[in-house]
Every structure is written in structure tokens, then in C-alpha cells.
Write a protein that binds this ligand. Structure first.
Ligand code: G3P
Length: 217
């Protein structure tokens, strides 16, 4: 399973890349706003740090402008994935860009029907927002399960990129369902490796080690 980092914070990306855990990055207009930086500048910097796909989202809502924005974003670096919303114009933009050989991430997906359309429009990635479905009282992981099943039934090459991930349980459930990718905020990556028994076990080892008076170096 691949992990993408869901942030436009360059320092967070720089800190996480050396772990080898990060296979790509996703951003959205809210994350770019939170970075306080110019979109082209920050996306270009992220692309130079990360080898894998870096999603940069269009902000227009009509086909012509979305397409122009998508082409502009795609020109920033070779590892750009253009992110478009799951609207009629977004699907048209997805189809045109993917026919041109551009990697496209269709975002704001909240139903299996929408995911089916995105795959038919040639999406490289579909981003179902599991956490936001849960927030509305729905079952985010049922949505992931349906999409994984449908894509498998028809051998779609579109990868399921689980987004709006709230914690380790989402990651484990998505992995059990065979989702291709989860995009995670740094807080969720930390929650994945943090365990109280690891912390208490380490502190007991160090206490005993101190008693020996030894040093490895
Ligand atoms: O980048 C899209 C998605 O991961 C956003 O998540 O936490 O704003 O629902 P969230």
C-alpha cells in the first residue's frame, strides 16, 4: 500500500521523506491556503523534494478554465498530478487531460457511482473522502469497499486513493480492503507508529542500560 502525505507544508514533507514512507503528496486549495505560499512556487518546491506524484488542484469550475489551469499546473514539473473535482466539467477535464497523457486525480468523491464515472473518464486516481462520509453519519469504509470491488470487477486501472483519513483504523481498514493508496496528514502517520508499550518498553531498556555504565560508541 502506498502512502501519500496530505499537506502543502514543505517542512513536514522534508521531515517525512527520509523515512521512505512517502510515495507522493496531495494538496488541495485549503492546504495551499494554510501554507500561506504561492501555489506554483510551493508545488514546484514539493515536486523537487518528492519523486512520486504530487497532486495540485485546479480552482476553476468551468471546463475551459479548468483545462487551462490543469495544463498550467502540469507544466510545473514532470511528477505533477492534476486534481479536478468530481463535477461534470471536472470529468470532462479529466478525460481531456488523461488523453493528453497527464496524470489526473479526481477528488471530492462521495459515492461509488461517482467513482465509476471517474474511472470511465480515465482518472489515474480517485479520491473518496472516507472521513467526511463518517462525519455525516455514513460509512466511509463501505464506500471504499464498493469502489475497490467495482474497479476490480471491470479491471479499471484507476487507483483508489483513500482521502480524508482520520486515524490508524481508517488506514488499516483501507489496507484490508486492498485500497491502493491512503493520503495521510502528518498527524496520522505519527499515530501509526506511536504506541505506549513501545515508549514504556524503551524507557525500561534505557534505565537498565544506564545501570551497566556501558557505552556502545
Ligand atoms: O486532500 C483531501 C482530503 O484528504 C481532505 O481531508 O481532513 O479535509 O476531510 P479532510
Amino acid at each position: 500500500m502506498k502512502f501519500f502525505l496530505d499537506t502543502a507544508n514543505v517542512q513536514e514533507i522534508k521531515d517525512m521523506v527520509p523515512t521512505g514512507l512517502i510515495d507522493g503528496v496531495t494538496t488541495n486549495p485549503s492546504l495551499i491556503a494554510a501554507s500561506g505560499r504561492d501555489i506554483k512556487e510551493v508545488i514546484s518546491e514539493i515536486c523537487s523534494i518528492v519523486d512520486g506524484p504530487v497532486s495540485a488542484e485546479v480552482t476553476a469550475t468551468d471546463f475551459d478554465t479548468m483545462l487551462a489551469e490543469g495544463r498550467m499546473l502540469q507544466g510545473i514539473a514532470k511528477n505533477i498530478t492534476v486534481k479536478v473535482p468530481l463535477t461534470f466539467d471536472g470529468l470532462k477535464t479529466c478525460k481531456t487531460l488523461s488523453d493528453e497523457g497527464t496524470s489526473v486525480n479526481v477528488t471530492l468523491c462521495f459515492s461509488a457511482a461517482q467513482a465509476l464515472l471517474a474511472a470511465k473518464a480515465g482518472a489515474t486516481f480517485i479520491s473518496p473522502f472516507a472521513g467526511r462520509v463518517d462525519d455525516m453519519g455514513g460509512m466511509g469504509m463501505e464506500l471504499i469497499s464498493e469502489i475497490v470491488q467495482i474497479y476490480s470487477n471491470y479491471n479499471f486501472s484507476t487507483e483508489v486513493l483513500v482521502a480524508s483519513v482520520r486515524g490508524p483504523q481508517h488506514v488499516i481498514q483501507a489496507a484490508l480492503l486492498g485500497a491502493d493508496i491512503a493520503t495521510l496528514p502528518t498527524s496520522v502517520i505519527k499515530a501509526l507508529y506511536k504506541h505506549p508499550l513501545t515508549d514504556s518498553g524503551l524507557s525500561a531498556f534505557l534505565k537498565d542500560w544506564e545501570k551497566t555504565g556501558q557505552s556502545i560508541l
